[in-house]
Design a protein around this ligand. Structure first.
Ligand code: ADP
Ligand code: MG
Length: 235
């Protein structure tokens, strides 16, 4: 299951990166094609160089299609906003990770209010974000440590989820760079988990903050707007 989660983390990351990369490729490709068209006007079809320019145009078109197809395959789903039960989602992700945690004698604990916490969210993306944060916490936590996920609600308008671990914490240099794409301190890490996670939370109108102290542990604090009558909830 560890491998499965690893793969799913990598895949969603890959989808986001693919969209960025495709965009970055398509723009210069448009310039290459446009200028090749202009050059083509300078040559008669008999000229052997005419053929070369046609090859350039044909190949830019092909590259454009490859990018298009790849994007189609990898493009993150259009955000499908629905009523989501935060506590259920957290419970689901925790259950998935429980056996891995148990293997390392880590206590994975949920502290939740006794009432439902409903937000408007794309469930897949929300789970992905929670998964990335909890995987980081579990990876940082030593054998016998503890990961605590506690949810609170402020004035029925904001829900706050704290993901606390008893890992080594982060030094100032890591704190400064943790949201940089590809920044990782782990062998085999992608350095994309937190970038993507922050983006997911922010596209849901929320915020992500990190508090960390070397030797003490790390707390990731996610705040999300609660569902109200105004944003799709039942009055
Ligand atoms: P990755 O997990 O692939 O390294 P992330 O973007 O998820 O990439 O995290 C970036 C870096 O932030 C990690 O390599 C690690 O140094 C640091 N980090 C993230 N979460 C924690 C945590 N809970 N405890 C300590 N360090 C963390
Ligand atoms: Mg990570």
């Amino acid at each position: 299951i560890e491998e499965q989660l690893r793969r799913s983390e990598k895949l969603s990351t890959l989808g986001e990166m693919a969209a960025v990369l495709a965009h970055e490729i398509r723009n210069p490709l448009g310039s290459i094609r446009g200028t090749a068209e202009i050059l083509k006007d300078d040559y008669k079809p008999e000229n052997p160089k005419y053929e070369f320019i046609e090859i350039q145009i044909r190949e830019t078109e092909r590259l454009n299609r490859v990018v298009e197809d790849f994007l189609h395959m990898a493009r993150p789903q259009p955000t499908d906003m629905q009523s989501c039960q935060v506590l259920d989602e957290l419970e689901m992700i925790s259950t998935l990770l429980l056996s891995g945690a148990r293997e390392r004698q880590i206590t994975l604990e949920l502290k939740s209010p006794p009432f439902p916490v409903t937000i408007q969210a794309d469930g897949d993306k929300l789970r992905q974000a929670f998964l990335n944060i909890i995987i980081n916490a579990l990876q940082a936590t030593p054998i016998g440590g503890r990961v605590l996920i506690s949810t609170t609600v402020h004035a029925s308008t904001t829900c706050e989820i704290q993901f606390h671990d008893t890992g080594p914490g982060m030094d100032a240099a890591t704190m400064e760079r943790m949201f940089e794409p590809f920044f990782t301190t782990k062998p085999g890490g992608t350095g994309l988990g937190l970038v993507i996670t922050k983006k997911i939370i922010e596209t849901h109108g929320g915020t992500l903050m990190v508090e960390s102290e070397v030797g003490k542990g790390t707390t990731v604090i996610v705040k999300l707007p609660m569902q109200t009558a105004a944003n799709g909830g039942m009055p």
